[in-house]
Design a binder for this molecule. Structure first.
Ligand code: NAD
Length: 306
């Protein structure tokens, strides 16, 4: 383990004012983490371009933020469609400029149907939807962001743009009953690790890439039955996840030296929110060591709740 930073809610947003006038592009902003992250970014003066496919919720939210003086624009899009994602980025560039921060955050948690006699047509849709949105949509958002950044190179010494992927602790550990979800989030973590390694080795350049990995959190993504089954566990508060997303989006140039050291050494970092406590930043280099620590943290939590 080379680096570990534990960050309280206050520390996570202490430099958020540097986002003033920066352009934030965020998917899945009409609800949950994306919703709260958009509020913090807008309150700190960022220009926030919010993408979601829920028109009713997005329109109402954007009106609310505008009424409070936020510089925001909503864009209805399905992130599984590459041409639609490209059009969303083009509109963002037109309205606000090239994004400084891109949050690939939209996701779903379609449930497994525990019916092993019927592995045919009924099962296929949730696998397909989960992987198309959580993995395909995230990769598309990331790829188009990189195209836009390559098409619009920044001057020497300017802040690098940041790509922030919403993964999950389900990207490190299995969640029984959420198999396709776990597959999508493990793939997201692997993608983050691969990008970080490529950035570290200089095989890619021009941006930073970070992953945010929350434990269960009571947003609308969780079905009521899941909330019921998990009652009593110390869920990660939504506000901690949003503040962590903001922290990841700020970028190493405007963060404390320990943070910059971590990103310079490893190419990227994952921010883990294993319970209702502090966020832990983990260097991409330490990814493989993490599974042991996850086991230990999980055992400690179980002991606490017995
Ligand atoms: N809540 C949790 O317990 C939890 C834990 C770990 C990770 N996550 C991840 O956090 C991210 C955000 O989830 P949340 O908890 O805020 O959920 P949420 O349901 O509150 O918000 C997700 C948003 O994404 C949008 N969306 C879904 N599919 C889309 C598509 N194809 N195109 C555009 N927008 C789309 C939805 O309309 C919704 O507004 C997801 O990637 C999720 O997997 C959630």
């Amino acid at each position: 383990m080379t680096f570990q930073l534990d960050l309280t809610g206050e520390q996570l947003v202490q430099n958020a004012s540097v986002l003033k006038d920066q352009v934030v592009f965020l998917t899945g902003g009409a609800s949950g983490f994306g919703h709260d992250t958009s509020i913090i970014a807008a309150e700190n003066g960022a220009k926030v371009f919010i993408v979601d496919l829920n028109k009713t919720a997005l329109d109402a939210f954007v009106d609310e933020l505008k009424a409070k003086g936020g510089q925001v624009e909503g864009y209805i899009a399905d992130i599984t469609k590459p041409e639609v994602v490209r059009a969303a980025f083009d509109q963002c560039v037109k309205s606000f400029g090239v994004p400084d921060v891109v949050y690939a955050n939209a996701g779903v948690a379609a449930n497994d149907k525990i019916d092993f006699d019927d592995l045919g047509e009924q099962v296929q849709p949730w696998v397909d939807i989960t992987l198309r949105i959580n993995l395909g949509g995230l990769l598309t958002t990331s790829a188009v962001a990189q195209d836009i950044w390559a098409e619009n190179p920044r001057p020497e010494g300017a802040r690098k743009p940041r790509l922030v992927l919403t993964a999950s602790l389900g990207g490190f550990a299995p969640i029984p009953g959420a198999t396709a979800y776990c597959a999508s989030k493990h793939a997201t973590v692997a993608y983050w690790k691969a990008l970080s390694d490529a950035l570290k080795a200089g095989k890619m350049s021009g941006f930073e890439c970070h992953a945010v990995c929350p434990f269960f959190c009571a947003t609308p993504i969780l079905p009521r039955i899941t909330l019921f089954l998990l009652a009593g566990l110390p869920f990660t508060p939504i506000s901690m996840v949003s503040k962590t997303l903001i922290y990841a989006g700020i970028g190493s140039q405007d963060q404390p030296p320990e943070h910059k050291k971590l990103v310079d050494a490893a190419g990227g970092m994952a921010l883990l929110l294993p319970d209702d406590g502090a966020a832990t930043a983990l260097a991409a280099d330490d990814y493989y060591a993490f599974s042991d620590r996850f086991e230990a943290a999980f055992e400690a939590r179980l002991a606490r709740n017995q």
